[in-house]
Write a protein of this length. Sequence first.
Length: 172
Amino acid sequence: MGQVAKFAAGGKVVPQKDLSLQAIAYGSVYVARIALGANPQQALQAFREAEAYPGPSLILAYSHCVEHGISMDEGLTQQKLAVKCGYWPLYRYNPSLHSTGRNPFMLDSLRPSIDMQEYAYRENRYTILRNRNPEEAKRLMSLAQQVVNQKWSVYEEMATRDVHAFTPDTRN
C-alpha cells in the first residue's frame, strides 16, 4: 500500500494478496517465505526442506529490483529492512511436521523492530507519492503499517498454535 504502480498512479490503496497463506490453507503444500539478503541460513534451510518434502512446495523469495529505485549494491540491505519492518516476514510451513505432533508453521523472523516507512521511503515507488501528494502518502503509509501489524499478529498466532489447530494430516 502507498506505492505508485502502473495502474495506481495515486498510490495503491489495497494490500497485496498473501499467496503464501493461500497455499498454507491447502494444508498439504510446503510453503516458505525467504529473503536471501536478510537470512541466508533460513533460505538454505527452506530449500532443503522443500526439496525433501514429498509433495508440492512453494518458496516465495524477496527480490529487490532496479525498478524500486534502489542501487543494486543496496539490494541486500533493502531485503534486511523489509524483514526488520515486518513487510516481508520469514517463515516456513512444513506439513510433514504435523504427523510428528509439532506445529508445522515456523516463524523465522523476529518481531518488527523498525517502522514500515524506514524500509519504504528508500524506494522510488513509495517516495514518488510522498513527493506528489504528501498527505495521501502519509495516510497510505499509516494504513500500510496497520496491515503489516495485522499480518504479523496472524503469523505470530500461527507460530504458537497447537498442532491440532491446523488442517488435519490427511496422509495417514
